[in-house]
Design a binder for this molecule. Structure first.
Ligand code: C2E
Ligand code: CA
Ligand code: CA
Length: 730
């Protein structure tokens, strides 16, 4: 029992020892656990402080603006240095509202409420407008995160300044809109394995080509523009682009529906970072309308609008080839120069519309006489040129030209008038007269002039003598210009005599030119030349000036004297005649009633001249109709303008005693003048028989070699004194 209790005791002791040991161990364990927890806590506190420090440092030094604000009071609780810089002011304790323009505050608050209500811990606020303390607005990209900050509901915000980026985006957007708004089609293509693939087209592209944006994007560049990439012009554009050069060109292109049109295209390489272009930009527009207009202009430039025959340029363009063809074939060719006779009178008397009708009819008739391989052109006003070939020798060509001339001589009606067109014709033959096209044309022209000088409706084949005459003409024109500028044109006076009293009652002033080399040149030679070259305006003014000065002197003694001065139709067209004459009257001191102007029937009938004539009359001077009866005049024109004198053309006077018809006309004109209250003057009276006939038939005044030739002022004065009245005696 004792043993048992000892055993029990041992066991109890062991148990106690184990328990104690466990207890110690437990205690030790407990102690170590506490220690570890405490240590851990210390460690974690150290770590937290470190993180906070690091975070603080990170926050403070971060280049992006960061701040924390109270979501209830909107008070900024803290902000980093970048934020202070970005907003330019102390942010702590300020209101978050002041960071943005006032207009954006409501939007911001509404969005904030939404973010808070969503329960999300944070997110992206997007790009917002913010404001610097100085008022400058800039763009920031916002991120936000809700947190507890020192026990307050706060929001942590990063505000990354993206103003530059936004400006770039805005500029890009503008450029893109501008591209879209452009009226020109724009294509941007990238270079891919030697081929250009479309990456962008604007709206105008779709309008111009009919191809949609979707269809074009990714498709072949030239195919979409509608040009054949294999054509030489397109290949040359490609070559330039590959070499990095901008280029342009005009192309025939095709729309989506296959219709053809013209485009004007400018293409430029677009370089990436390297020195090779990565893209091309092509801008083009539909220029079909312009091309059509240019074509039309080109045609018009070579075609006469009235007759639709080729014009002078048209002749120039083809003559060389026609002459070359004749040379190659070893055949002859003729240049036929035709000038309508008295066309100006047709124009003046029947009007311009009638003149146009005559030209069209002439064009039609001439065209009918030539083959399709030959050519008829309207060279100028009333001048036509035909190029005849394939007809054999020069004689056959002349015969053909004669046929052309005769084809014109058939009368036709223009309004109420019967017109029988006639032409003066000159011919020059290749190779007989020249092998040079220009020279041939000049020779045909010179031959025509020669024909014209022999009378209307004549034909002249060129010969070397004509060439020298035409050269002389050119020299004469030159000499005349010189004579005018050095005041070599003088004036002579032919008396006009009262047929009853035999007294000289006035003079006709006539121009005279004595060239130092050629001697006296007849007015019938130099006046037409001056009219052609326009120098008649200067001659007319000089004659008028001299005649007025002389008349003013004579009028002091003979106050009723009337001196007449010839006025060319060209002066009516090319100068302000009433002004020139009024000034001359003023300058020379002549009385207007001592002055008379002699005009031809053509002037009277040109519609614009009537007003001028009335204005001249108002100056107080008188008007005589010169060479009456020789033109195309109609009596109705005489009625519209009552002249003071009718000067019967001398060709009728010449017929007195030998032509019944002329005598009848002379009587009729005298009667007409008397009835209408105009004085009738007979010109070119050379014989006493002519004078007798005129006096017997009541002609008022006479002028001619029978009384006196035109003479210088000193001699002319003697006629005024009546020294030659004896001529009247029969
Ligand atoms: P016209 O106006 O018919 O002048 C009359 C012409 O007849 C003058 O010729 C005169 O010399 C000439 N003549 C005078 N009496 C007789 C005669 O009995 N028999 C013949 N056969 N002829 C006679 P002229 O001086 O040679 O002038 C010729 C034409 O030149 C003038 O014809 C006139 O049209 C023009 N002319 C002359 N001077 C001027 C001028 O200053 N201005 C203009 N525009 N034309 C002028
Ligand atoms: Ca005259
Ligand atoms: Ca006359």
């Amino acid at each position: 029992m004792q043993f048992a209790s000892q055993d029990q005791l041992v066991r109890q002791r062991i148990s106690l020892a184990v328990a104690s040991a466990v207890g110690v161990l437990l205690l030790l364990f407990a102690l170590s656990m506490r220690q570890r927890a405490a240590l851990a806590k210390v460690a974690s506190t150290i770590a937290a402080t470190e993180a906070q420090r690091r975070f603080q440092e990170y926050f403070e030094r971060h280049p992006v603006a960061m701040l924390i604000f109270d979501v209830n009071s909107f008070e900024i609780l803290t902000a980093n240095a970048a934020a202070q810089r970005q907003y330019g002011c102390e942010l702590r304790a300020a209101s978050i509202d002041q960071l943005r323009p006032a207009a954006d505050v409501d939007d911001f608050r509404r969005d904030l409420q939404r973010y808070v209500a969503s329960g999300d811990s944070g997110g992206l606020g997007g790009v917002r407008r913010h404001k610097h303390a100085d008022g400058t607005v800039f763009y920031v990209d916002i991120t936000y995160h809700f947190l507890d900050f020192a026990g307050r509901d706060a929001c942590f915000v990063t505000a990354h300044n993206v103003t530059a980026h936004e400006a770039a985006k805005k500029a890009l957007r503008l450029r893109s809109r501008a591209l879209e708004a452009s009226r020109n089609a724009v294509v941007i293509s990238s270079r891919e394995e030697g081929d250009s693939v479309v990456t962008y087209v604007n709206a105008a592209f779709a309008r111009t080509t009919g191809r949609s944006v979707d269809e074009a994007t990714g498709a072949s560049h030239w195919e979409m523009i509608g040009c054949d990439p294999a054509s030489p012009d397109v290949r040359s554009i490609d070559e330039s682009l590959n070499a990095g050069r901008a280029c342009s060109g005009l192309f025939r292109s095709h729309r989506c529906d296959g219709s053809e049109y013209w485009i004007e295209l400018n293409a430029s390489p677009v370089f990436g970072d390297g020195d090779q272009p990565t893209h091309f930009v092509t801008v083009f527009s539909d220029v079909s309308e312009r091309i059509r207009y240019q074509d039309q202009l080109r045609i018009q430039a070579y075609e006469d609008a009235l007759t639709h025959l080729p014009n002078r340029l048209g002749l120039k363009a083809r003559l060389g080839d026609l002459v070359k063809h004749a040379a190659d074939q070893g055949t002859t060719l003729a240049l036929v120069f035709l000038d309508i006779d008295n066309f100006k009178e047709i124009n003046d008397t029947l009007g311009h519309t009638a003149g146009d009708e005559v030209l069209c009819e002439v064009a039609r008739r001439l065209s009918m006489t030539v083959s399709s391989a030959e050519l008829v052109v309207r060279y100028a006003g009333d001048e036509f040129v035909a190029v005849l070939h394939g007809r054999g020798d020069a004689d056959s060509l002349v015969a053909a030209a004669d046929e052309m001339k005769n084809a014109l001589n058939v009368g036709f009606c223009v309004g109420d008038a019967l017109v029988v067109p006639q032409a003066s014709v000159g011919i020059a033959v290749y190779p007989d007269h020249s092998t040079d096209p220009e020279t041939l044309l000049g020779y045909a022209d010179a031959a025509m002039y020669q024909a014209k000088s022999t009378g209307p409706n004549s034909l002249q084949l060129f010969n070397p003598e004509i060439a020298s005459r035409s050269t002389k003409r050119a020299l004469m024109a030159q000499a005349l210009r010189r004579a005018i500028s050095s005041d070599e044109i003088s004036v002579v006076y032919q008396p006009r005599v009262n047929s009853i009293t035999g007294r000289t009652i006035g003079f006709e002033a006539l121009a005279r030119w004595c060239d130092p080399e050629q001697g006296f040149v007849s007015p019938s030679l130099f006046i037409p030349l001056a009219e052609e070259t326009g120098s008649i305006v200067s001659i007319g003014e000089r004659v008028l000036e001299q005649a007025c000065r002389q008349t003013a002197i004579w009028a002091q003694e003979y106050p009723d004297l009337v001196v007449s001065v010839n006025v060319s139709p060209v002066q009516f067209e090319r100068s302000d005649l009433p002004f020139v004459i009024a000034e001359t009257i003023k300058r020379t001191g002549v009385c207007a009633h001592n002055l008379e102007l002699e005009i031809t029937e053509g002037v009277l009938m040109a519609p614009r001249s009537l007003a001028t004539l009335r204005a001249l009359r108002e100056l107080g001077l008188s008007i005589a109709i010169d060479d009456f009866g020789s033109g195309y005049s109609s009596l109705s024109y005489i009625r519209t303008f009552m002249a003071d004198r009718l000067k019967l053309d001398m060709s009728f006077v010449r017929g007195i005693g030998c032509s019944r018809a002329d005598e009848v006309i002379v009587r009729a004109v005298i009667a007409l003048g008397k009835t209408l209250g105009m004085r009738v003057v007979a010109e070119g009276v050379e014989t006493p028989e002519q004078l007798e006939f005129l006096v017997d038939n009541g002609c008022d005044e006479v002028q001619g070699f029978w009384f006196a030739p035109p003479s210088e002022a000193v001699t002319a004065r003697s006629y005024l004194r009546g020294e030659h009245a004896a001529c009247m005696k029969r």
